[in-house]
Write a protein that binds this ligand. Sequence first.
Ligand SMILES: [Zn+2]
Length: 264
Amino acid sequence: MGFAAPPTAAPSPVPILVYHRFADRALDSMTVRSSLFAQHLATLQTLGAQPIPLSQWLAYRRGELSQLPERAVVLSADDGHLSQFQVMAPLLQEASQRTARAWPISLFIYPSAISKVSYAMTWAQLRTLSRIEGFSLQSHSYWHPHFIQERRRLDAAAFDRFARQQLLRSRELLQERLGMAVDQLAWPFGLSDPGLQALAQELGYQIALGLGQSAATLQSPLFDVPRYLALDSLSPEQLAHWLRAAFAPGQAPGPSGPLGPSPS
Ligand SMILES: [Zn+2]
């Protein structure tokens, strides 16, 4: 450390955001107003945040990449709501055109709803999104169960069969229908336990995301990576606060301690 440390030695925490639904007017806490989402994207741009694919953070977390772009963030959206196609994707594409680079995002889908319920996207819409540069469609289980309640309700063998089916069927369908490799998982409701995390790993998932009020770091558990829940109550100022806290070099945890060199 000190003079010997390369300037990139201090690992930066990476905020991972998760969105759900969008609408023009206020509906409920999980539905972010379109105008507010546009402000969130403007806040990211103003602070110089660089959205990176989750796969890039994963490579960094595993030590396959020695560094990330400065001010990296990861965007994600769960549940496959129709408004992700109608509102979110167009605003991300506008941001992409404005900044002349891709704005990657991982969309976590539970396939039981796709092309079946009116509030969810169709397979055709998902295929359209899958062709946008940086858009990755990934698994959110098959029907979005509350795994913790199911574990209490079922005996151990039945729960094991149930959980395997939820994690495998989702991946198989998404891969078959969209022709993309699926190796990322987001836990329904952000809920998992050590047994589920081990199962996801055993079944070949590379990473699983949960929820938590912190940015992802090299110490984050790979099968329960925290994500900030982006609600309609998330003001641009609060978002900027989270981003600045992660980007500030003095905040970076790690073996070299909190006192790092000034950014150059
Ligand atoms: Zn969900």
